[in-house]
Design a protein around this ligand. Sequence first.
Ligand code: NAD
Ligand code: UDP
Ligand code: UDP
Length: 378
Amino acid sequence: MMKRVIWLISGLNRRMMKLLFALALIAYIASVWGTYTNMRSIQEHGEMKIEQRIDEAVAPLREKIRDLEQSFSQKYPPVKFLSEKDRKRILITGGAGFVGSHLTDKLMMDGHEVTVVDNFFTGRKRNVEHWIGHENFELINHDVVEPLYIEVDQIYHLASPASPPNYMYNPIKTLKTNTIGTLNMLGLAKRVGARLLLASTSEVYGDPEVHPQNEEYWGHVNPIGPRACYDEGKRVAETMCYAYMKQEGVEVRVARIFNTFGSRMHMNDGRVVSNFILQALQGEPLTVYGSGAQTRAFQYVSDLVNGLVLLMNSNISSPVNLGNPEEHTILEFARLIKSLVVSRSQIQFLPEAQDDPQRRRPDIRKAKMLLGWEPVGW
Ligand code: NAD
Ligand code: UDP
Ligand code: UDP
């Protein structure tokens, strides 16, 4: 009997123990779950707090970035909006130079996409730095003597040194730039079906025997003189344009540019305008080469740029003179600058430069009649 009672109690105990154990286990799991969910909510709360604090710290930085972005977008000169249909992809070789950078400004402000290609021989990055970062602008450091593969609709081919000391500094390079460089740009125009405008020069008329010079005149150039690398280089460049037009159907425009002046001319490039102004400002003698009886006519750069754009978008494939027909002797010009700067500089006569053209004045009837263009000054 006693044994039975003990067995019963121990049986009950075992069951009780099992029950108690199960209850304890459930209680433990519940408590662990509770702690876990509690911790999670603490953690989530903590995370939220951290996020909130990060947000609070970052908010003023975000505002600063927005302000900076706005100030960056405001730093560009105003640009017109052009629809996809009217917006062109335009390459300007030599676009960091004097004329090229003004052309860049006009085409950018007109709303086009502009790619400037320049090797910075005479050009400067700072001439176009106000466009760097703009979504419509790209600057490529590249020598046009090397092939170039990009996609464009129009090419303004200006790459070439333009001032006599610059183009005489390395005549072989001047020749390569004007011949191989132009060949490459024509090859590019052919491949992508772009129209190419060549920045040619009044130098194709050499030391002219016809005055004023019209586009029919073939010129008078010494092929082996010191100016030949430039003059003959540009003449070959013109010849190449018409060979590509006739043989390959490339659309070409040829601007024969006469003496031009304006801001961003390199002060030390040796051209007469920059030389005389610098000399007058520094009180140095104004250096007149020869007697000063040789003549030139100067147009302002904004007139030239307008003419280039008009010509590019015209249907005139034959050469067109762009220049100011107001002709002055170099001596008159030296006196004018001296008086405008109110300078005490003397005029100094130096030996005449070899093959220096004696008279130069553009006949601009063609530009007037076909483009409605004439210089208006500044
Ligand atoms: P510039 O010297 O200021 O500009 C020429 C630009 O071409 C420079 O930026 C130079 O770095 C670049 N360049 C030269 N060789 C290059 C090469 N191999 N590859 C890439 N870039 C190269 O001269 P500018 O007065 O602005 O003249 C521009 C164009 O207009 C030239 O083709 C010049 O012959 C022609 N032009 C100018 C005048 C004038 O009075 N300014 C007159 C007649 C013709
Ligand atoms: N070229 C270039 N970019 C192009 C296409 C051609 O620079 O997009 C160069 C090419 O390297 C060549 C020159 O332009 O030296 C003339 O090209 P073209 O196709 O007329 O002549 P080819 O290549 O048949 O000699
Ligand atoms: N010239 C000058 N003094 C100078 C620079 C140039 O008398 O310091 C003369 C030069 O001999 C030429 C004219 O000014 O007759 C224009 O020269 P520039 O080099 O500006 O242009 P380009 O000869 O190409 O027309």
